[in-house]
Ligand binder design. Structure first.
Ligand SMILES: Cc1cc2nc3c(=O)[nH]c(=O)nc-3n(C[C@H](O)[C@H](O)[C@H](O)COP(=O)(O)O)c2cc1C
Length: 188
């Protein structure tokens, strides 16, 4: 059986740097023999979690995401940083998925964290807050991360990372993720 990864960008923005980075990860994952389930966060149009109604009457797109995460061995999350933290829309999505009716699907999953920002400090602050959330959900965050700073100039016209060294680093990071995934979830 092939290992499966639920992969998403935490940005809703058209032209998102984080989605660009996700788009570079997907073929690298596939090259490692991993099946990728790309969750289009913008298209899903996830509503705000409402404690009065969402547990008893969850949005279909959240139920769909829940089942897809359940079927995955790991998650690859490429997230922007908002005010040194996790963007509200992404936190809302994770909170919503974590709720009843069924047990949440994050437990025991390996999560790779990446991020891109036009700023100079990668998304280092948000990486810490995102890990804290997955820690609460009993998921395993892969040690280390891959972040892109100065994203406005980091990608070339084709969407590839302009710096050859960074391209190699991304490939190594994906390799580390898929190696850990195969080690944690050996397949028959
Ligand atoms: C509300 C808000 C807060 C932001 N805070 C930060 C921040 O703390 N650190 C940072 O590097 N960039 C910050 N940014 C800039 C984002 O990195 C930038 O908008 C980036 O393009 C978002 O990622 P995306 O291109 O994938 O949508 C912020 C942007 C918004 C809208």
């Amino acid at each position: 059986m092939t290992h499966k990864v639920f992969a998403m960008s935490g940005s809703l923005r058209t032209g998102s740097f984080n989605t660009k980075l996700l788009n570079l990860c997907i073929p690298l994952l596939k090259a490692k023999g991993v099946e990728v389930d790309h969750f289009d966060f913008r298209a899903a149009n996830v509503p705000i979690y409402d404690p009065d109604t969402s547990d008893t009457n969850p949005a279909p797109q959240v139920l769909d995401a829940k089942e897809r995460i359940r079927r995955a061995d790991g998650l690859l999350l490429v997230s922007p940083e908002y005010n040194n933290s996790i963007p509200g829309a992404l936190k809302n999505f994770i909170d919503y998925v974590s709720r009843p009716p069924k047990e949440h699907p994050f437990g025991g999953k390996l999560v790779a964290h990446l991020g891109a920002t036009p700023g100079g400090f990668g998304t280092l602050y948000s990486q810490a807050t995102i890990r804290q959330v997955f820690h609460a959900l009993n998921a395993w965050s892969l040690p280390g991360h891959f972040v892109v700073s100065n994203a406005a100039t980091a990608f070339d016209a084709t969407g590839q990372l302009a710096d050859e060294k960074r391209r190699a680093e991304l490939e190594r990071f994906i390799g580390k993720f898929t190696d850990a995934l195969k080690m944690m979830r050996p397949q028959a």
